[in-house]
Design a protein around this ligand. Structure first.
Ligand SMILES: [Zn+2]
Length: 220
C-alpha cells in the first residue's frame, strides 16, 4: 500500500472516532432511541459514486433515511427468479413492507460513470472490461438507446445527452419499481410516493422530476 492509501484508511478510522466524540456523544438521546430500532420515513436509491452521499447531500441524520447504493442507482426490472434484482429490491422491500416508508427516491447525478459506461456501449464501443460491472450497467442500455435515438432531432451536446440519459434512467428505474405489485398498490392507495431526483455535481442543484410529465426542474 502506498502512503496515500494508508492515510485514507487512517482518515476513516479517525472519522469513526470523531463521529463518536461529536455526533454520538453529542446527541446521546438520538442514538439511544435508535439503538431500540429504526423508523425512517424515506428510502433513497443512490449511486455508489463517492461524490453523491445522500445523507450528506440531503442533510439527513442517523435514522432519517434508509439507503440503497448501487452503481448508477439502477433498479432492475421485475423478472421472477432473476436474482439480479434482489440486491436492490431486498432493501426496497424491507423499507416499504417492514419499515413502512412513505417515500422512495431514485437519485441520479451528473458525471455518472455507470451511465457513461452504458452510453459508450449503446454508441457501439466495447463493454467495460470488468466481470461484474458490464452486465450491471447494461440495465441502463435501454435508457441510453432511447436518448440516442432522439438526438438527431434534439441536437444535444454530449453533456446534455449524458444528462438526458441519467435522468431518463432514473424514470425507467421508477417504472421498474412500479412493476412490483406491492409497490404499485401502495402508490395507488396513496400510502407511498415515488420520486425521481437528479443531483448536479457542477452546481450543487437538486433537480426533481414532475410526477406527471417526468420533466426534471431545479427544486426551489
Ligand atoms: Zn453514478
Amino acid at each position: 500500500m502506498t502512503n496515500n492509501h494508508t492515510d485514507s484508511y487512517t482518515a476513516l478510522l479517525r472519522g469513526a472516532y470523531r463521529f463518536r466524540e461529536t455526533e454520538y456523544d453529542g446527541d446521546r438521546s438520538l442514538m439511544a432511541r435508535l439503538s431500540q430500532g429504526q423508523d425512517p420515513d424515506a428510502l433513497v436509491i443512490a449511486c455508489s459514486d463517492s461524490r453523491v452521499d445522500p445523507a450528506l447531500l440531503f442533510g439527513a441524520r442517523p435514522g432519517d433515511i434508509f439507503v440503497v447504493r448501487v452503481v448508477a442507482n439502477l433498479v432492475p426490472p421485475r423478472r421472477p427468479g432473476d436474482a439480479t434484482a434482489y440486491a436492490v429490491m431486498a432493501a426496497v422491500e424491507y423499507g416499504v413492507k417492514a419499515l413502512g416508508v412513505s417515500h422512495v427516491v431514485v437519485c441520479g447525478h451528473s458525471h455518472c460513470g455507470g451511465i457513461k459506461a452504458a452510453m459508450d456501449v449503446a454508441r457501439g464501443q466495447e463493454p467495460p472490461p470488468f466481470e461484474c460491472l458490464g452486465p450491471w450497467v447494461a440495465l441502463a442500455d435501454g435508457a441510453c438507446r432511447d436518448v440516442l435515438a432522439e438526438d438527431p432531432e434534439t441536437k444535444r451536446t454530449d453533456v446534455e445527452t449524458a444528462t438526458a440519459a441519467e435522468q431518463w434512467s432514473v424514470l425507467k428505474s421508477i417504472g421498474n419499481l412500479r412493476s412490483y405489485s406491492w409497490i404499485r398498490e401502495r402508490v395507488e392507495r396513496g400510502e407511498l410516493a415515488l420520486h425521481g431526483w437528479w443531483f448536479d455535481i457542477d452546481t450543487g442543484e437538486l433537480w426533481v422530476a414532475n410526477s406527471e410529465t417526468g420533466v426534471f426542474r431545479v427544486s426551489d
